[in-house]
Design a binder for this molecule. Structure first.
Ligand SMILES: NC(=O)c1ccc[n+]([C@@H]2O[C@H](COP(=O)([O-])OP(=O)(O)OC[C@H]3O[C@@H](n4cnc5c(N)ncnc54)[C@H](OP(=O)(O)O)[C@@H]3O)[C@@H](O)[C@H]2O)c1
Length: 228
């Protein structure tokens, strides 16, 4: 697959290298060609360096790491993002004392409105860059969850495949509106990491089968939702 990295910072470099190792053709885009070249050198034979515009032109899937910046300002105007799968790994800035405002519209939904002709998929935003350093075999053994959501099912499936290839237990959360939950989840993970409450934290969401014989009486229907 041809994958373009839009912004070769921590996330772009890490994911680009991991996908290059899986045999994908990676084009690292950055504002400075030197920066893109450094990542391409680390990634090896399946990678090359380019401008963000060129990376977008030659790729069908793009990792978008330029948080809060309109894509036109990053890849230029025109139809370069039309029909492209745009993976949004972004999270908002960390506010003082981790007092986050409620998310009424996610960064991913804003991005989708900015480029309605692209297929935005939210993913990888709940995983700290340091975790990617372990990929893929260790990640598999840790059973770390990665989440995907987006309004285009085909695009979600493609990103799920890219996530599974590098070792993540990948969970399809459906429509892009779920990005509000995923961005809040990422805010919580960053609170645990940055505050030192739980260094190296990552989500693992195991599937637990129900017991054959409930020992605690089993779950009864609740009327909590009807309480006013
Ligand atoms: N680091 C993590 O552990 C982690 C984990 C999950 C999610 N995230 C999220 O992923 C996103 C990227 O994080 P990061 O750690 O990779 O940050 P980073 O290392 O600072 O990289 C940010 C990228 O944004 C690009 N950029 C910044 N301003 C730009 C502009 N005006 N025009 C074009 N490109 C611009 C930079 O492009 P150049 O390459 O051209 O300099 C750079 O590649 C953020 O939203 C972050 O919240 C980060």
């Amino acid at each position: 697959m041809n994958i373009g990295i839009i912004g070769t910072g921590n996330m772009g470099r890490a994911l680009g290298i991991l996908w290059a190792e899986q045999g994908h053709n990676i084009t690292f885009g950055a504002r400075s060609i030197d920066k893109a070249e450094r990542a391409a050198t680390l990634a090896g034979k399946n990678a090359k360096a380019a401008s963000n515009r060129q990376a977008a032109e030659v790729s069908e899937v793009l990792l978008y790491t330029a948080r809060g910046i309109h894509p036109e300002a990053v890849v230029g105007a025109g139809e370069v993002l039309k029909e492209k799968v745009l993976i949004d790994c972004n999270n908002s800035d960390v506010p003082k004392n981790f007092v986050y405002p409620a998310i009424e519209e996610s960064l991913a939904e804003i991005l989708q409105k900015q480029v309605p002709e692209a297929k935005v998929v939210k993913s990888f935003n709940t995983i700290a860059m340091e975790v990617f350093e372990h990929c893929p075999d260790n990640i598999k053994s840790y059973q770390i969850s990665n989440f995907v959501c987006g309004d285009n099912e085909e695009a979600r499936n493609l990103v799920r495949q890219l996530s599974e290839e590098i070792g993540f237990d990948t969970i399809d959360c459906g429509e892009l509106v779920r990005a509000r939950l995923l961005e809040q989840q990422a805010d919580f993970i960053r609170f645990l990491l940055i505050s030192g409450t739980r260094p190296g934290a990552a989500f693992s969401t195991p599937k637990i089968s129900p017991v054959n014989t409930p020992r605690l009486g089993g779950k009864e229907a609740t009327k909590l939702g009807e309480l006013k």
